[in-house]
Design a protein around this ligand. Structure first.
Ligand code: C5P
Length: 208
């Protein structure tokens, strides 16, 4: 069973993907980390974040063991990732890895922006998790403040709006809800309610 969870920055899709994966005993891939790691590797070697050839080469040689680097979690890494992620050559270089992960036995949960539309158009269950920019900014700000990152709520909101525009506006695999994805608007839901809704959707699919 392949479960595709897409949505904008700080929508809660990552937390949801982890909980769903744990519940159903499936491996999970946070595909945002792949783009974050490519951006990190480009910067570390002195390349521009939108260099298509260096980006593709580094994406092809990405070592998945480096994805648990804590530096990849920060706001700057997310912003840099969204610049590298606009490059079609980078996206195609990461495609195979993501498809192979999705197609392992007995299945997988993947979260990102284009899982239901491009990476796994035949996923068994697709969800598009979203929330208002203000709610996402509040959640993200609380998270980064707890880590001690000195960033204000206003800056967090501005970052989220820039990232939304960049991710939804790019030509290559833009962030968009797949026509057959279930919309989960989490603006007024806590993670437990979102998790229960997702489990309900998946169980209905399994019993069909
Ligand atoms: O999900 P996360 O915020 O970690 O993603 C960082 C950036 O990577 C996103 O803003 C987006 O530009 C890019 N991304 C993408 N496709 C995915 C996952 C992430 O373009 N499947």
């Amino acid at each position: 069973m392949i479960i595709a969870i897409d949505g904008p920055a700080a929508s809660g899709k990552g937390t949801l993907a982890k909980r769903v994966a744990q519940h159903f005993g499936l491996p999970v891939l946070d595909t945002g980390l792949l783009y974050r790691a490519v951006a990190r590797d480009l910067a570390a070697r002195g390349f521009r974040l939108d260099d298509p050839w260096a980006g593709a080469a580094l994406a092809r040689s990405l070592d998945p063991a480096t994805l648990d680097d804590p530096h990849l979690r920060g706001a700057k890494a997310g912003d840099a990732a969204s610049v590298a992620a606009k490059i079609p050559q980078v996206r195609s270089a990461l495609l195979q890895f993501q498809r192979a992960f999705a197609n392992q036995d007995p299945g997988a949960v993947l979260d990102g922006r284009d899982i239901g539309t491009v990476i796994c158009p035949n996923a068994h269950v697709k969800m598009f998790v979203t929330a208002s920019p203000e709610v996402r900014a509040r959640r993200r700000h609380a998270e980064v403040a707890a880590r001690g990152e000195p960033i204000s709520y206003e800056e967090t909101l501005a970052d989220i709006l820039v990232r939304d525009t960049r991710d939804a506006g790019r030509g290559a695999a833009p962030m968009v809800r797949a026509v057959d994805a279930h919309l989960l608007d989490t603006s007024e839901m806590d993670i437990e309610a979102v998790f229960q809704a997702a489990v309900g959707l998946i169980m209905r699919k399994i019993s069909q």
